[in-house]
Design a protein around this ligand. Sequence first.
Ligand SMILES: Cc1cc2nc3c(=O)[nH]c(=O)nc-3n(C[C@H](O)[C@H](O)[C@H](O)COP(=O)(O)O)c2cc1C
Length: 159
Amino acid sequence: MAKMLVCYYSQTGHTAGMAQAVAEGAKGVSGLAVDVQTVADVKVKDLLDYDAIVIGSPTYYGTMAWQIKQLLDESVAFHGKLSGKVAGAFTSSGNIAGGAETTILAILEALLIHGMVCQGTPKGGHYGPSAVGKMDDRARGECRDYGKMLAELTVKLHG
Ligand SMILES: Cc1cc2nc3c(=O)[nH]c(=O)nc-3n(C[C@H](O)[C@H](O)[C@H](O)COP(=O)(O)O)c2cc1C
């Protein structure tokens, strides 16, 4: 069975809620097991065990929180070993146009450098889901749809 990790950092719970919604969407797809973990509980070598890695961070000064960057920097230990896995990213920011897209793209840039595969979407958040503060119904729907889309891609590539 293919495996997805939804890994996140969240100080006040908003990104954590999004992580659960992404996982809910992914869990609806058969042939995939989904783990949701805070970044503090993820050891960098755990990344090798997954076919899909979806990362959530609050937007901090237009980019990811240092806890997520630390995991990504540590992942250099496995440079080349994550190639072909499915990548995804999501964020909660304080403001509309507060840097959500730059945060998502910064995470995806690192995962693309690993050789991972990411999928955009022609509707909603094109690069990945974002919420302003706590997820509203729109953001919840985007997170669920995103989890489902990436789960289907993962099963297609790795199932
Ligand atoms: C250090 C710090 C930097 C932040 N920088 C931004 C920012 O650049 N743009 C923005 O819109 N919100 C910014 N925020 C607000 C957070 O992105 C927002 O509160 C988010 O919902 C927190 O997510 P969490 O509940 O998962 O921790 C910042 C918050 C902190 C603590």
